[in-house]
Design a protein around this ligand. Sequence first.
Ligand SMILES: [Zn+2]
Length: 303
Amino acid sequence: MKITRLDLDDTGSPEGLITKILKAEPDLPIPVPVEELAQCFDITDIAVLTTEGYEGGLITDDCKSEGVILVNATARRGRRRFTIGHELGHFLIPTHRPAKSGQFLCSREDMRRWSAQENDAYARMEIEANRFSALLLMPPPKLRIAMGKFGEPDLAHITQLADHFDVSKEPAARAYATYHDQPIAIAVAKDGIVLRIYKQTKFPRIGVSYGAPVPRNSLFHYAANSGQKITDIRQNGAELWLESDWGKRLPTLYEQVFYQQEGFALIMLWVDADNDCDEEEIDDDEGRTSKERLRFRRDVHRR
Ligand SMILES: [Zn+2]
């Protein structure tokens, strides 16, 4: 790769930087060679971070003439790649300044920040570094191509995306929820508690807050002992997850669960906005799964 920091023109936003990188390296390989790219941008070394309680770090001088990225030694490959992207973001975004001179130190929580109060300058830097990393590892034009092959939402695609871009499942899930052309949201749960929810702006308002238990009648609970790692897609009560405006009918909601290690799970919520079609006709045909019914309904509409 021939790209250098000169190609970036002191661009200040994650989106602007990614645009410049893709312009200079239109044939950027996938998975993105993040370590090689860091070298092109004057990162002289990627070393082990020994400071307890942190996931990544960046050592650099005040004018950021060069830098060394530090990564938690126990991080698995996908997480390591995300951390390198995050620290590279701090290095390349001109306004990012460390709290302590010469060294950024970033925690696991920092790597999961996607929103902050307007006046929280520290959190805003972390968010920008995360956005940079996610965009770098899954560049939107490449993501659109990969997702264009998928069709209707299905959590099985998350594994394919994670493999394709060599990232962990959670950033893959976030990208999937954000870029899918269907109105979906993906909740991340651990031990039955909702930690985070990734969703598009067009997705209806969710009434379950972070730190709350997964709703009692969610598929998450009643498929837990089914032996399926990824469940079928099932229709469920929209009121479980969605906030309702008085007098307004809620859309039809579908759930799918992807059980993972250490008590983690991804729960996909998919709303069917045009739910006022002729359900009588379709419900005649029992024995179909909700997903099949939905497909059938869509086919009927297309005809
Ligand atoms: Zn950071």
